[in-house]
Design a protein around this ligand. Structure first.
Ligand code: HEM
Length: 144
């Protein structure tokens, strides 16, 4: 149906859908984008002060963990709104893999924050970054 807000190209999301997806994407932006930006700033921060990266990472954790909580909470909301039983088998498989990958991203970020060696920091930082990026791509696939 062509209401006043729709055009031939498509229609606008309703308000609740806009709130749900905007909060989910905001959380994803802070969690995923923050990791990338922080990684990019670390060499500069280290030049300014050897202890700088540690302090910056602690400050980022105060933003990234609430963002992680936000993507999980709105992710559950997304599932409720998407009616998985009405979706394809492939959609449900991607959702299952995505949830596993998000859990791994959280565990890797935790291990990264507790790592004491350079190798451990690099390993768990990379795992967290790559799994978070994979979750982002799978989210786009789910949104269709
Ligand atoms: C690192 C964590 C996560 C990231 C980066 C992420 C990212 C995204 C992105 C970018 C979208 C596409 C939104 C759009 O284009 O409209 C999306 C959609 C979705 N996400 Fe996530 N997400 C994360 C965690 C979760 C979790 C934990 C769940 C489930 C418990 C979940 C379930 C969903 C669902 C079902 C959709 C489709 C929503 C719809 O089309 O209505 N996500 N996600």
């Amino acid at each position: 149906m062509d209401g006043p807000l729709s055009h031939h190209a498509g229609s606008l999301a309703d308000t609740l859908t806009a709130v749900r997806l905007s909060l989910h994407v905001l959380g994803a932006a802070v969690w995923v984008g923050g990791q990338i930006v922080l990684a990019g700033l670390v060499p500069t921060v280290r030049k300014l002060a050897p202890e700088g990266p540690k302090a910056a990472a602690r400050a980022f954790a105060r933003l990234s963990w609430p963002a992680y909580g936000l993507v999980v909470a709105t992710g559950l909301w997304n599932i409720a709104a998407s009616h998985p039983s009405a979706q394809s088998g492939a959609w449900r498989v991607v959702l299952f893999v995505k949830v596993a990958v998000v859990a791994l991203a959280g565990l890797a970020a935790l291990a990264h924050s507790r790592a004491t060696t350079r190798g451990g920091l690099a390993l768990w930082g990379s795992v967290s970054g790559l799994t978070s990026l994979a979750a982002l791509v799978m989210g786009v696939l789910l949104a269709g």
